[in-house]
Design a binder for this molecule. Sequence first.
Ligand SMILES: [Fe+2]
Ligand SMILES: [Fe+2]
Length: 173
Amino acid sequence: MLIAYRCRVCGETYLGEEKPKDCPYCGADKIYLQQVEEYDRLKPDSISKKSEGNIRKAINLEIDNAKFYVCASKKTKDEKESAIFKRLAKIEAEHAEALAELLEIEEKDIPDYKECSEDAIENYQESHNREERAIGHYKKFATEAEEKDLEVFFNAIAKIESDHLELSESKLS
Ligand SMILES: [Fe+2]
Ligand SMILES: [Fe+2]
C-alpha cells in the first residue's frame, strides 16, 4: 500500500510503500521524512534579520551551484556523468526553492553559468570546490541561527552537500 511521506526540508511529498533512504527531491536523510498525518515542516514562525541575511546568501549559493550543474550536464560529453550532473542541478534548485519558501519570497534569477567543461573530471573538481564552500557556509549559518528549526535545516542541507562532496571525491580518486 502506498504511504505518503513528506520532507521536512523541502516540503515535497513522496508516495511509496516504504520510506526511501533519502528524500528523492532534495536529498535529505530519511529522518526528515514524516508521514503526512504527522507532518511538521522545518519553518520558523519568525526569522531574525541575521538569519534572513544568511538565508538570502544560501539562496544565491544554491542557484549559482544549480546553474553550474545545468551547464555541466549540458556540456559533459560522457552521458552517464551528464545524467549525474543533471540530478545534482535539480537537487540544488530544490534547495534554493526550499530556502526561498522559508522567507516566502520568489527566487531571483541569475545569469546562466557558462564556464563549465566538457570533461567530467574537471566538472567534478569544480563541484568539489562548490560543495566544500556550501558546507562551510551552512555549518556557520546553523551555528548562527537562533531559530531551532533553521539550525536543523542548515545542518540537514550541509549533510546533503557532504554526500555530494563524497561523490566528487570518489570520482576524483
Ligand atoms: Fe526533501
Ligand atoms: Fe544544495
